[in-house]
Design a protein around this ligand. Structure first.
Ligand code: PEP
Ligand code: MN
Length: 343
């Protein structure tokens, strides 16, 4: 069962619902994102009518899905997640861009400027990289976070960066505006709980062999720790096809949007794994209804320490921003406004 609180509900009214549930032996978790406050209930609980009559309660829904807090069953209105003042969700089309890995201050600053040229309002770069090979570049770690924070101050784009271990959540949260959980960690439950506890917006990529239900249950792990500010990212799944790095599951966009109120963006860079596929896959994502795209850019892809072949460069940038602006209008979406700090 999910109790949907009114946007104007007072904290003490939420507390009263939680107390009422606990008094009857139930378990209650409160999850929030902006004006949305949900109380997830399981076990014994007062009857639905009694809960419905409590002050501040908008409605009470019996939700069968295991992913009850992130389900759309109780919240037909889709969510907007704000990242450092930049909205991701219905009505807007958000471009998130940056270098796959933070390598040097100069490379990161150049990539951030490129990201802006590509129409991005959020900068994404990896300081902690989950690499398939232990011999591959693992990221600059803490130094990379400092570079990201400096570049954020210079360019004015809020920062999204990946967290690969629960032990790093706090230090990363001090330097970033959104925490990315990558495909390889989609079912790292301790990590999901840690980013849920931290409360910063979370970008949750789909695991490469995860079903949509497993992906939504992973999001539920974050939500049931109180944090409903989650953006889902379809980044391609592993199939028998080897012509592309992964197979972009474009159907996942409308399917997930029907099942969940959370925003959904698409990563055409890791899906196709090739620069020439990024633009067509981005177009497909927007027309399928995605709330944004996440793309890699690099000032010198040939020398990139990670994922150079899929990084946009040069004319690719304005081609992407033009396509997003044009298709965004067609899909009734406006580009998000950069936060005031942006130059
Ligand atoms: C990344 O975003 O750089 C990354 C490693 O992607 P994924 O987790 O989707 O493989
Ligand atoms: Mn990458």
């Amino acid at each position: 069962m999910v109790v949907v609180m009114a946007p104007w509900a007072r904290p003490r009214q939420v507390d009263a619902v939680v107390r009422a549930v606990r008094l009857t032996g139930g378990r209650a978790v409160v999850s929030r994102n902006g004006p949305r406050t949900l109380v997830g209930v399981d076990g014994g609980a007062p009857d639905r009518d009694a809960l419905r009559r409590m002050r501040g309660v908008l409605h009470v829904a019996a939700v069968d899905a295991g992913y009850r807090l992130v389900s759309r069953e109780h919240s037909p209105e889709r969510s907007v997640v704000e990242v450092g003042g930049v909205p991701i969700g219905p009505g807007t089309l958000t471009v998130v861009a940056g270098p796959c890995a933070v390598e040097t201050p100069e490379q990161t600053l150049a990539a951030a400027r490129m990201a802006r040229r590509a129409g991005a309002t959020l900068l994404r770069g990896g300081a902690y990289k989950p690499r398939t090979s232990p011999y591959a570049f693992q990221g600059l770690g803490r130094r990379g976070l400092e570079i990201l924070a400096d570049v954020r101050a210079e360019v004015g784009l809020p920062v999204v960066t990946e967290v690969v271990s629960a032990a790093d959540v706090d230090v990363i949260a001090e330097h970033a505006d959104m925490l990315q959980v990558g495909a390889r960690n989609m079912q790292n439950f301790a990590l999901l709980e840690a980013v849920g506890d931290r409360g910063l917006p979370v970008l949750l990529k789909r695991g490469m062999t995860a079903t949509i239900e497993e992906w939504l249950l992973a999001a539920e792990y974050v939500a049931q720790r109180g944090n409903l500010a989650i953006v889902l990212c379809e980044r391609g799944i592993r199939t028998y096809e080897t012509a592309t790095r992964n197979t972009l599951d474009i159907a996942a966009v409308p399917v997930v949007q029907r099942l969940s109120h959370l925003p959904v963006i698409v990563d055409p860079s890791h899906s196709g794994g090739r620069r020439d596929l990024v633009l067509p896959l981005s177009r497909a994502a927007v027309v399928a209804g995605a709330d944004g795209v996440l793309v890699d850019v690099h000032p010198d892809p040939a020398s990139a320490l990670c994922d150079g072949p899929q990084a946009l460069v040069g004319d690719d940038l304005h081609r992407l921003s033009d396509a997003m602006a044009e298709l965004g209008r067609y899909m009734d979406r406006r580009p998000p406004v950069r936060p005031a700090a942006a130059a």
